[in-house]
Design a protein around this ligand. Structure first.
Ligand code: 5RP
Length: 260
């Protein structure tokens, strides 16, 4: 079968494949959300088929749960899983300390809960998402629908006193209606340009009444796998301080690509 993926998808798939190599029999795994995480779910399902692994999977969104079940992975409710061994997820941005902006796919609340309840969070990404300073990607903030306008005003007031370049908070839309998260909330996307102090901003945002969670992941991610279109991957582990390079071969991927 001819494999006809975009270069970005090849990069995402390569990263996903390398991350799945970290999965061992018996693990309890958090499954992220987004297009890169979907590659990981496909690669994981293939590994389970090939090696007969027994895994327990906790998805971070209804979308991921549907895909994982469809591909035969064992999905359980988070409350039944307990502490997880590892979460593998995508990101919208990451910096040199592996601080992240997530939530472009609207799932950062569940993603943050699941990742922080895991021994390790491994992020999978293509190289375009690495930044010197976080903030070019609009920062998602999940807010409860009740009084979201008041939360927005308070957030914009707060941003004026923070080390950021922009202060605009836009309600995320789904066509002509506000976007609704899996938890029934809205999302405000903050156009910040550059975030001088992500930790301070994250703490301050979560103090605003109505804010459920923001998309900054600070000191949560342990390792990043960066994929490239030619199959090269770089695995940077911040806990061990190691950097590894490897090439993923695409030849054995027909089963995965055939369901895309
Ligand atoms: O945070 C997320 C969803 O809430 C995603 O991980 C992030 O948006 C990256 O998505 P993609 O892999 O499609 O680029």
């Amino acid at each position: 079968m001819a494999i006809n993926l975009t270069p970005v998808d090849r990069a995402k798939y390569a990263a996903a494949r390398r991350a799945v190599d970290l999965v061992e029999d018996g693990m309890k795994l958090g499954l992220g959300t987004g297009s890169t995480a979907a590659w990981m779910v496909r690669a994981l399902a293939q590994k389970v088929r090939d090696e007969g692994l027994r895994l327990t999977c906790v998805p971070t969104s209804a979308r991921t749960a549907d895909l994982a079940r469809e591909l035969g992975l064992r999905v359980v409710p988070f409350e039944d899983a307990g502490w997880l061994d590892m979460t593998i997820d995508g990101t919208d941005e990451f910096d040199g300390n592996l601080a992240l902006i997530k939530g472009g796919g609207g799932a950062h609340l569940m993603e943050k809960i699941v990742a922080t309840a895991s021994d390790r969070m491994v992020v999978i990404t293509d190289a375009s998402k690495e930044v010197k300073a976080l903030g070019a990607f609009p920062l998602p903030v999940e807010v409860v629908p009740f009084g979201w306008q008041a939360s927005r005003m308070l957030i914009e007031e707060l941003l004026a006193a923070m080390d950021v370049m922009g202060t605009q908070a836009s309600l995320r839309m789904n066509g002509s209606r506000p976007y609704i998260t899996d938890e029934g909330n809205h999302i405000l996307d903050l156009s910040l340009g550059r975030i001088g102090n992500p930790r301070q901003l994250s703490l301050a945002l979560n103090q605003v009444p109505g804010v459920v969670e923001n998309g900054l992941f600070i000191d949560i991610c342990d390792a990043v796998v960066i994929g490239f279109p030619d199959g090269m991957v770089e695995l940077r582990d911040i806990t061990s301080g190691t950097v590894e390079h490897e090439r993923i071969l695409f030849e054995d991927t027909e089963n995965i690509f055939s369901d895309v």
